[in-house]
Ligand binder design. Structure first.
Ligand SMILES: Cc1cc2nc3c(=O)[nH]c(=O)nc-3n(C[C@H](O)[C@H](O)[C@H](O)COP(=O)(O)OP(=O)(O)OC[C@H]3O[C@@H](n4cnc5c(N)ncnc54)[C@H](O)[C@@H]3O)c2cc1C
Length: 273
């Protein structure tokens, strides 16, 4: 690991100032992705601005009918929150399926969203639910946020402070997880919203994406029958030693089917062991 300054501001304003004045500074949530990259000398920062000392950044609350999750809310806080369970149970179940206990105890929603790992789970929920990313400068719709492989619309020095989720009528997340890493080989988030059904897929391409063919069919009828004969055309899908792109295309259909099933019958298991 290269030398760096460790800074622990107490407020977002102080964090913003540090990120603006330090020549090459990076914000940190739980450090679950940032620190391993630094340890392996894959990335180098002059200063780390630890958001762990910013009071209130881990708050989870309802605001004007929407669920607001603070950027420093750890996965374990989301999965165990009665507020999340009451508003969007699918989100708590998604958090429960992330990684292992260590990852869930340190990783946070803001870090996961900013990192934009192509196989991460939260991006599917943000896109599937039509969430809004709130930063220290502006608000960004999830549809405009995830721009590429580990790329987002965030500018240098911009800090995610919260994610705001509209509450859907029904929603479910189905994940086929990698047996070793627990990341999504493919994950599908299906949400019935006031404007129709949204379907977002993670793990299958360079970044999370929506599937209009499934959305149109499911908006007419949120049922398994509605999926019959729907065969979306995908762009470039990921291929690796574990899953070819053809296999991933097949698993997308299966995960969407399972998510729909879980919307209809919420006790249906929606991820592999
Ligand atoms: C072994 C392992 C298994 C995992 N399995 C899964 C899985 O199954 N599913 C899944 O979704 N994820 C998984 N993860 C990822 C995990 O959930 C973390 O959320 C992710 O690693 C990011 O870590 P973090 O939240 O601690 O953020 P950090 O590592 O602190 O930061 C990650 C990036 O986000 C930036 N950042 C952090 N906070 C903010 C902010 N508030 N505003 C702007 N930028 C910010 C940082 O500068 C950095 O670039 C796994 C991780 C590990 C190590």
């Amino acid at each position: 690991m290269y030398d760096f300054h460790y800074l622990r501001p107490a407020t977002i304003d102080e964090a913003s100032r540090l990120l603006a004045t330090e020549p090459d500074a990076k914000p940190m949530s739980g450090g679950m992705s940032l620190l391993p990259a630094m340890k392996q000398r894959l990335s180098r920062w002059s200063a780390i601005v630890d958001l762990g000392g910013v009071a209130g950044l881990d708050e989870i609350r309802m605001e004007h009918g929407a669920l607001v999750i603070g950027a420093r809310a750890r996965h374990v806080s989301v999965l165990s929150s009665s507020v999340v369970r009451a508003a969007i149970p699918a989100l708590a179940e998604l958090a429960e399926g992330i990684g292992d206990p260590l990852v869930r105890n340190r990783g946070a929603i803001g870090g996961s969203v900013a990192n934009a790992d192509p196989a991460a789970d939260y991006p599917a929920a943000l896109l599937g639910l039509g969430a809004t990313v709130v930063t220290n400068r502006r608000e960004i719709a999830a549809d405009d946020f995830f721009t590429g492989l580990f790329e987002t619309a965030l500018e240098a020095g911009e800090i995610i402070t919260a994610v705001r989720f509209p509450v859907p009528k029904r929603a479910a997340y189905a994940k086929y997880r990698h047996p070793a890493s627990r990341y999504a080989v493919v994950g599908a988030f299906v949400a019935e919203t006031a404007e129709g059904v949204r379907v977002a897929v993670t793990g299958a391409a360079s970044h999370v994406f929506r599937v209009p063919a499934f959305e149109t069919a499911l908006s007419k009828s949120l049922s398994l029958d509605a999926l019959a004969g729907v065969t979306p055309a995908y762009g470039d899908l990921n291929a690796d030693l574990f899953a070819s792109s053809e296999y991933r295309a097949h698993v997308i259909g299966e995960m969407v089917r399972r998510a729909v099933q879980a919307c209809l019958h919420p006790s249906t298991p929606s991820r592999n062991a």
